[in-house]
Design a protein around this ligand. Sequence first.
Ligand code: GSH
Length: 215
Amino acid sequence: MIIYGSSLSPFVRKTLAYVAEKGLKADLKPIGLGNTDPDFVACSPFRKMPAFRDGDFAISDSSAIITYLEAKFPEPVLVPSEAKSRARTIWFEEFADTILAACLGKMFFNRIVAPRFLGREGDLAAAEKAEKDEMPPLIDYIEGVLPNSGFLVDDRLTLADLAVASPFVNLLHMGIAVDASQHPKTASFVERMHIRPSYAPLIAKERSFFNRQAR
Ligand SMILES: N[C@@H](CCC(=O)N[C@@H](CS)C(=O)NCC(=O)O)C(=O)O
């Protein structure tokens, strides 16, 4: 199995963490923005990452890839089958991929991606607005819905936790931590997720990439 992309993308990172939690093996083929590698484009017609290939089957979109893998490799169950639990898991994945990633993405894109990878200035006012106005209600929301177990659904690890944890790595790369005095459950959730064996090596690799860049 091949995953095309860069784990700096929250969608690629979520997929890689999911693959690791499933105990599966996939080759990560590095792809940057604007890459026109023919097999990447064959798997992802609109050139969005992640893209995925398993033999003659190709698909893109992190949720579609995870849907395929969960059906093909049911154990361990990371998308519960019980109706309410499944719906809540998909809601949290959707919340993470759209609402949370969009907000943190404005910060990450304008402060890091545009200046470092695209050679142009980012919209720093948009990044500032996202941090000051858009992000706080999202963290308030997570704090309010996180059960004491520290897992979003069914008091055990599911795709919901993997999805919500992913955009927070981009926050980490910007030197911003969830304030534990204001949002203790969320801060602890993020910390615990990021030290899991599925996330920690990805974060370490991303960090060393940034450190090499800074030299
Ligand atoms: N819903 C998609 C989103 C994928 C996505 O937007 N990826 C971004 C990187 S974070 C991308 O490839 N952008 C390149 C582009 O839009 O051309 C998923 O979950 O995979």
